[in-house]
Design a protein around this ligand. Structure first.
Ligand SMILES: [Zn+2]
Ligand SMILES: [Zn+2]
Length: 440
């Protein structure tokens, strides 16, 4: 209890924002209101989903960290599958690709840094733990690591992956008898660790359209407090089908379906969207490679520390980007206002997306009963869910809710192509978190 209050006081005092209001709900969660003013303070760039040699990434963690740090990221979660970077782990360098990554590692960090041995004629590298290498990279107001992992669960052939962010200890996949139950139990495990430690932690549900494993209804069903369960509205892995297809809705539309139904129908907590890299490859580059630098978050937090960043994200004080930077972002009362940090020669479209209260929110079963091997199909939803309520060509826009919107969020689409896109022709974008309409 004391620790939770301390976090609230810290956030309130350092932001110098008397209008930030936060309270505890009955379960010991810190709940901040959706409407508030946040004074200008630091924006920090980070990625919460990355892989290294500790699981199936193609490079050792120091090479991965160096990539991000050199490109002005401020924080990084090395979210390996089902493990943190701790304990003793000898990595077998048994392919040409791994040997090439080892050569890069040696070039970057030197012969003395890289501990090796021979086993059955194969070189093995002793991976450094996060505690061993973090101080090499971290610096005040420059760069930090936030501990986390990708809790990698499944139901039969359906992958169910949930990232735990700012964890102190690894969480084993919790299992369950349905996809929704598996997600719920893993989010609960993260929330429980957060409560026990008194530190701000959160979970994000990853790549719902990966093998069409996770439906909108799975996410609507979840029970969690605000700031406990997020979802990836953009994942840079080219195999995860963000865009959907004729049969499967895009993950951005899924966000609107989930927000509309949770808020308008079920009176449940908001779900924040997050953009991540899910990078696995740092040695091969291009369209089909699983590269870093595709999607990230910009977080407004008073301090660059794991707790300060995580607490800010739990309040929704962040936006997502694949290249567009905002110079101003205000979510105050019923107003959402933003300004793009314009780049020379680039034009911008700002769209406000939301759902009106009069829209039919419930889904209907899909009429196409043809066999679909493996995938799980969401219900069909009204096209007016997640409609574009306003569109502005320019770098600055304001939307004031008129009263009939359940929520409104903004996205910015740039005229500039992403330099290393998830998919050919992707433009640089940004997505804000939603502003909620007043409850009636
Ligand atoms: Zn995954
Ligand atoms: Zn991943």
């Amino acid at each position: 209890m004391k620790d939770v209050l301390a976090v609230v006081l810290l956030a309130g005092s350092l932001l110098l924002t008397p209008s930030v209001s936060a309270h505890e709900d009955g379960n010991g969660h810190t709940v901040s209101t959706e409407r508030r003013v946040v004074a200008p303070s630091g924006w920090w760039k980070g990625n919460t989903h990355t892989h290294t040699w500790w699981s199936d990434g193609d490079s050792p963690p120091e090479s991965v960290a160096a990539w991000y740090r050199e490109r002005d990221y401020n924080f990084l979660v090395l979210s390996d599958h089902n493990r943190m970077q701790e304990g003793e782990f000898w990595y077998r360098v048994d392919t040409d690709a791994k040997r090439a990554a080892l050569q890069t590692y040696l070039r970057q960090f030197g012969d003395e840094w890289v501990e090796r041995r021979q086993r059955d004629g194969v070189t093995e590298v002793k991976l450094k733990t996060l505690d061993e290498f973090r101080s090499y990279f971290e610096g005040r107001n420059q760069f930090i690591f936030i501990r986390g992992m990708e809790i990698t669960d499944r139901l039969d052939t359906h992958p169910v992956h949930v990232n735990g962010v700012n964890l102190e200890r690894a969480i084993i996949p919790q299992g369950g008898s349905s996809v929704s139950e598996i997600i719920q139990k893993n989010i609960d495990a993260v929330a429980e660790q957060g409560r026990r430690s008194g530190r701000p932690m959160f979970a994000h549900v990853n790549h719902p359209n990966f093998y069409q494993a996770i439906t909108a209804e799975d996410l609507i069903a979840l029970e969690h407090g605000p700031g406990e369960g997020f979802f990836e509205v953009y994942n840079g892995h080219p195999g995860v089908r963000n865009e959907g297809d004729a049969r499967f809705m895009s993950v951005e539309r899924m966000w609107d379906v989930v927000l509309s139904n949770r808020i308008g129908e079920q009176h449940k907590s908001i779900v924040y969207g997050v953009a991540t890299d899910d990078a696995h490859q740092y040695t091969d580059w291009g369209l089909r490679a699983v590269n870093p630098g595709r999607g990230w978050v910009m977080v407004r937090a008073p301090r660059l520390t794991p707790d300060s960043i995580s607490a800010a994200m739990k309040r929704g004080d962040f936006y997502n980007s694949t290249g567009v930077t905002l110079s101003a972002l205000r979510r105050e009362g019923s107003t959402l206002e933003l300004e793009v940090k314009a780049e020379p020669g680039v034009s911008y479209t700002i769209e406000f997306v939301g759902t009106r209260r009069s829209t039919k929110l419930a889904g209907t079963p899909e009429t196409d009963n043809s066999e679909f091997p493996g995938g799980r199909v969401s219900l069909q939803y009204d096209a007016a869910i997640g409609e574009v309520l306003s569109r502005i060509e320019g770098t600055r826009a304001t939307y004031t809710l008129k009263g009939d919107e359940l929520y409104v969020r903004a996205r910015v689409i740039s005229s500039r192509l992403h330099p290393n896109p998830y998919s050919q022709g992707d433009r640089e974008m940004a997505w804000t978190q939603p502003v909620l309409g007043s409850s009636k």
